[in-house]
Design a binder for this molecule. Structure first.
Ligand code: DX5
Ligand code: ZN
Length: 214
């Protein structure tokens, strides 16, 4: 699946950008929520998610790069999230937060920063719908893909074969036509791409090209 991230889209024409995703072969829309505390950047919040939900024909994949996500999960589900991904590094009570998300009828994901070992997720893997392996340090679009990510994906695929065969593996950061095929072969199911899609001349065509590789 392809989940375009609108972080580097043109916010003056947000409606057009969502309509572009609607008419493309994209599977989800990826929404990056940043609080300026967990990551050194502030993006957008609940009212924008609500507005996008009104016109998006694709499910909303909400990536929370915020501290204390448990305070806001209800607001994001009310705003129309299809799945909510929280960061392992931001959750003291991760198990309870995962169930908070699921009890609201929404799919639950956990994201790992580049330095975080996938084995730390073993105790909660069976409770998850998705694990997001960050392939850049979260905070900004347009960064360089971290090569060590391949090893983490391989390890996670092995763990998921034992504990949760239905688990989706998502990658986010630095995804291009150059690396998407190798990542797919390594076991990735969902690809987030921002800059590569929205800084291209024809995002619909670029999404089709990315889809063609997986
Ligand atoms: C980074 C965000 C990403 C970002 C990806 O913190 O989580 O979703 O938009 O952007 P690109 O594809 O430009 O690396
Ligand atoms: Zn993201």
């Amino acid at each position: 699946m392809i989940a375009p991230s609108i972080l580097n889209a043109d916010f003056l024409h947000l409606q057009e950008q969502i309509e572009t995703i609607n008419k493309s072969e994209a599977d989800w829309v990826h929404l990056d929520i940043m609080d300026g505390v967990f990551v050194p950047n502030i993006s957008f919040g609940i009212p924008i998610v609500q507005a996008i939900h009104k016109i998006s024909e694709k499910p909303l994949d909400v990536h929370l790069m915020i501290v204390q996500p448990e305070k806001y999960i209800g607001h994001f589900t009310d705003a129309g999230a299809y799945n909510i991904t929280v960061h392992y590094e931001a959750c003291t009570h991760l198990h309870s937060i995962i169930h908070q998300i699921r009890d609201l009828g929404v799919k639950a994901g956990v994201a790992l920063n580049p330095h975080t070992d996938v084995n730390l997720l073993k105790p909660v893997l069976r409770d998850l719908d998705m694990v997001l392996i960050m392939t850049v340090n979260p905070g900004f679009g347009g960064q360089q893909f971290i090569d060590y990510s391949y090893e983490k994906i391989r390890e996670l695929r092995k763990l998921s074969a034992v504990y949760n065969p239905d688990l989706l593996i998502q990658v986010d950061g630095g995804i291009t036509l150059e690396n998407i095929q190798a990542l797919k072969r390594t076991g990735v199911d969902v690809f987030v791409a921002g800059t590569f899609i929205f800084r291209s001349n024809d995002p619909v065509h670029t999404i089709r090209e990315l889809k063609g590789k997986i």
